[in-house]
Design a protein around this ligand. Structure first.
Ligand SMILES: [Zn+2]
Ligand SMILES: [Zn+2]
Length: 390
């Protein structure tokens, strides 16, 4: 069995000379993700959620032709440097909810495009609103042999539980059987999600939703796979054949920009006992409901109740966000230890202390134990790691 670190929600800024995701960094392109960012982070597998746009599909084809990547019989694309590329499409259904469909082959991407052509405004751009309902997306995903998953499920920004429903079963009925995973999003963790009974059935994915190179791998998953290909990834999502996700790694939910409710009228981030649904300062009821507040509102129980086999969730922050790790130190750590995940998960702390000093080593120990102290975020602003956190 292989231990594979994967981040399966990465956007592309430009492909084939064209803008793909307007809000993403222009220099975020497919080759950079696969050949620089993934190895620098220590990721063995990356999911590109704009793979279904015309320019990105075109680049995938070009990279196959040039031999930079090859399409695998069991699905997925293996790059020359050993990174597994998983193609995916993030889109918005008529309900105003974001979904990801992971797709195995180039031909599935083409079929996807044929289907959406008459139902979106712009085939060049990512995360397009598609004129079909969530339940029809389930059918689409089945036909394409894809894996469908609600993206950042709890956020007030287009999350299924965040803005649409309290229970997916109520609206999806038997189609829910086809949904095997949800993406937790940056402001939620396993403990929070497992206060809702219905999430027992789902595998949890912790992905970065990166719009820039710096954010790639701010959340990731550890997969136990027999080989690097799409089919093995599917087994993990389905928890079958002895394949599974063995750990989730992500930001402390307090670091997420939608953690607590936020009042745009008076710029206050709620700090009272959740759920906060009205601003206690100015009285406005037009809050952006925080993930913590939303879950407090819709949960079934106060304490999380984990199904057997639920993997642990470890809190992590990108190395560069650790107090004391400036650009120089970051470079030094990577020179010695090759990539970030090595530093964060694998290298003995004594070795880190020798290269980076006791303070940073202490910070890494604290992070590995999920014990960094956090200043919470909200209303679109990220939280921060406290400076004197060690
Ligand atoms: Zn999204
Ligand atoms: Zn996204």
């Amino acid at each position: 069995m292989l231990n594979i670190y994967g981040d399966l929600h990465i956007h592309i800024g430009t492909a084939a000379g064209q803008a793909v995701k307007i809000t993403a960094s222009r220099n975020l392109d497919l080759r950079t993700v696969v050949f620089q960012d993934a190895p620098g982070k220590g990721l063995d597998m990356v999911g590109i959620v704009d793979a279904g746009t015309l320019p990105v599909t075109y680049e995938i084809e070009q990279m196959i032709l040039s031999g930079e990547i090859r399409e695998l019989q069991q699905g997925g694309f293996l790059a020359r440097n050993g990174v597994l590329l998983i193609a995916a499409c993030e889109l918005e259904s008529l309900e105003g909810v974001h979904w990801i469909i992971f797709l195995p082959y180039l031909k599935s991407l083409k079929e996807y495009q044929r289907f959406i052509r008459s139902r979106v405004h712009n085939m060049q751009l990512s995360t397009q609103r598609i004129r079909i309902k969530a339940r029809e997306l389930v059918n689409l995903s089945c036909i394409l042999d894809g894996i469908l998953c609600p993206a950042h499920a709890f956020t007030p920004h287009k999350g299924a539980y965040g803005v649409w429903v309290e229970r997916l079963a109520a609206v999806m009925e038997q189609d829910l059987q086809q949904i095997r995973a949800i993406e937790l999003g940056l402001s939620a963790d396993t403990d929070m999600a497992d206060t809702i009974e219905e999430t027992r059935r789902f595998t949890f994915l912790s992905n970065s939703d990166a719009h820039s190179s710096a954010n790639i791998g701010r959340e990731y998953n550890l997969f136990r796979m027999g080989d690097k290909n799409f089919e093995e990834f599917r087994y993990c999502v389905e928890n079958s054949q002895g394949r599974r996700i063995t750990a989730n790694y992500g930001m402390d939910p307090q670091l997420g920009k939608y953690h607590r409710s936020y009042c745009p009228a008076c710029s206050t981030i709620a700090s009272d006992e959740p759920p906060v649904l009205e601003c206690r300062k100015c009285g406005s009821d037009k809050l952006i409901i925080g993930v913590h507040d939303r879950i407090a509102l819709i949960k079934d129980r106060d304490q999380p109740y984990h199904p057997v086999g639920r993997p642990p969730y470890y809190y992590r922050v990108p190395l560069k966000q650790l107090p004391g790790v400036g650009p120089q130190m970051h470079k030094k750590l990577l020179t010695y230890f090759e990539n970030e995940i090595n530093v964060m998960e694998k290298v003995p702390v004594e070795d880190i202390a020798r290269i980076a000093g006791e303070d940073i080593a202490a910070m890494i120990i604290k992070m590995r134990k999920s014990r960094l102290q956090i200043i919470p975020g909200g209303g679109g602003h990220y939280g921060k790691v406290k400076k004197n956190s060690h």
